[in-house]
Design a protein around this ligand. Structure first.
Ligand SMILES: [Zn+2]
Length: 233
């Protein structure tokens, strides 16, 4: 049985993994759902060294804080995604350099690489640049995300979702890889977007459990080798 301590450890680990990957800095948070609860790092905690006791818990149905640790100011982004998408088990919000460049330009991220095909289609832009701190601001973000598993927040950052925490971390990594590749390719000329059939065929191979676990393992071991998980073992 998964205990609350297990959930906090898993969330602290995933937070550090995304910090070592360069996707989180002083900002950025990943949450994990268990029933009507979500776990997420404390608002002020270092994403590089956050410990399980600094993982806060929040009730999803009414947003009530259940722990002493304070949830981040943009927890509404996570709550909105969980409420609208029952299949989602993990959500990450962050401000990655290349994906946010597309958000700053207000340009949806087209599928023009295999990393982009992971998402099954173009990643839309939510047009409101405000910090998402209320349910009223959170619900439209999820609406704009639609059936996609990611959305860009104009001038601000990105939100990705996954069925579980490994899939969510994988989506976070692929989002930034896709944006970086499109950005670089755009310097060579117009990117050659995949058509629907190409997206479907590549996605079939790439969005498999095997690839998700391999991607998670790479990111996890990168953090371990860097010494960033030593005190969690
Ligand atoms: Zn933000």
């Amino acid at each position: 049985m998964t205990t609350l301590r297990d959930m906090r450890l898993e969330c602290a680990t995933a937070t550090r993994v995304l910090a070592v990957a360069g996707l989180f800095d002083m900002h950025g948070h990943i949450s994990i759902r268990q029933g009507d609860m979500m776990f997420i790092c404390d608002r002020g905690a270092s994403r590089l060294t956050v410990r399980p006791d600094l993982i806060s818990s929040v009730r999803i149905s009414d947003g009530k804080q259940l722990s002493e640790a304070l949830p981040p100011s943009e927890t509404a982004l996570h709550l909105a995604a969980y409420r609208a998408k029952p299949e989602v088990g993990s959500v990450a919000h962050f401000h990655p350099m290349y994906a946010t460049a597309f958000a700053v330009a207000g340009k949806p991220l087209e599928v023009a690489s295999n990393a982009g095909a992971f998402f099954g289609g173009t990643i839309p832009v939510h047009d409101n640049p405000e910090l998402i701190r209320t349910d009223e601001l959170g619900a439209p973000v999820t609406r704009d995300m639609g059936a996609a598993s990611a959305v860009l927040l104009r001038g601000h950052g990105a939100l990705v979702v996954g069925g579980d925490v490994h899939e969510c971390v994988t989506a976070a990594l692929y989002l930034e890889e896709s944006a970086q590749r499109n950005y670089l390719a755009a310097n060579l000329g117009k990117v050659k977007a995949y058509n629907a059939d190409e997206i479907r065929r590549v996605r079939e191979m790439l969005a498999s459990r095997f690839v998700i676990e391999k991607t998670w393992l790479y990111a996890l071991e990168k953090a371990r080798v860097a010494g960033a998980l030593a005190d969690l073992d």
